[in-house]
Design a protein around this ligand. Structure first.
Ligand SMILES: [Fe+2]
Length: 290
């Protein structure tokens, strides 16, 4: 039987991969070729459209800098980051759910003490974040590295401004009772950077670029599975249409409205402030791969 020309092309590419068949590289390469060829056969791009596709990916790469990762935005806005996360972090019934890292994480944030003010002088309603870390049996977890980061009142992260000043991001450590605490400002919803090729893609797809207001967290310790997550604010208009598919119901919290006298010792905002209280349940290292 003579193969259809298009089937023959796919089969020939797969045949050339037979030398690595059964290896991880082989499995990935074979699946990539099968799915990519099936995509092309379904979409049937013209040569002009294929040139546009190549140009799009070229532009995505060209927009990447140490401060901006357009490929992460592409992965996020196509739901791929959430899919990868869902397969790799499985907290079970007890553990706090994870969500996407996003493009604005820095691995070397300013190290601060518990109770620090990290608002960098940004305008906004003061927000007291009080977290508690426990294991799945409710025992407090001390000495856990806590990274947090969030947007300012205008919807921008520090790394999106020139100057290299770091604010609304910090690294601290849970205390002997598993608690951590810091002062920031109430975050607002923000658009992901949409002045590049990913923004153009969203417009072409009839989608908005907004993310509901949130605070990012990353918890790390040798004995626990690293948890990357957010806390979203209840009532946000974008909870049902997050541009990067990161919202999970269990990660939505109401803020308490507090009078100035309710501020704990250490920092007095001198005005009404908001408080976010949340317990995060962390699972043992290795458990997420079970
Ligand atoms: Fe964010």
């Amino acid at each position: 039987m003579v193969e259809e020309p298009m089937t023959a092309i796919t089969n020939e590419v797969l045949r050339r991969l037979s030398g690595v068949s059964g290896t991880r590289a082989g499995t990935i390469s074979e699946a990539l070729v099968r799915h990519l060829h099936a995509f092309i056969l379904e979409v049937r791009p013209s040569t002009v459209e294929w040139e546009q596709a190549i140009r799009f990916l070229t532009e995505v790469g060209a927009r990447c800098t140490p401060e901006r990762q357009e490929f992460i935005l592409l992965s996020d806005t196509l739901g791929v980051s959430t899919l990868v996360d869902a397969m790799n972090y499985t907290p079970g019934e007890e553990g706090t759910e994870s969500t996407v890292l996003g493009p604005f994480y820095l691995s070397d944030p300013p190290v601060v003490a518990n109770g620090a003010v990290i608002d960098g002088g940004c305008l906004g309603t003061p927000l007291l974040v009080e977290g508690t870390l426990t294991d799945v049996e409710g025992h407090p977890l001390s000495g856990v590295q806590v990274d947090t980061w969030q947007a300012d009142g205008d919807g921008f992260y520090d790394v999106q401004h020139d100057g290299g000043v770091r604010y609304l991001r910090a690294r601290l450590e849970s205390d002997a009772n598993g608690n951590f605490r810091f002062w920031s400002i109430v975050p607002s919803p923000y658009p992901i950077p949409d002045d590049g090729p990913v923004g153009a893609m969203l417009r072409e797809q009839g989608r908005h670029p907004y993310r509901p207001a949130h605070v990012h967290f990353r918890f790390a310790h040798p004995n626990i599975a690293t948890l990357v997550t957010h806390i979203f604010l209840a009532g946000d208009p974008y909870l049902d249409s997050d541009a990067v598919f990161g919202v999970k119901d269990s990660l939505i919290e109401e803020l308490d409205s507090c009078s100035p006298e309710e501020a704990p010792e250490g920092h007095q905002p001198g005005r009404t402030f908001a408080r976010l209280r949340r317990t995060f349940v962390l699972i043992p290292a290795g458990y997420e791969l079970a």
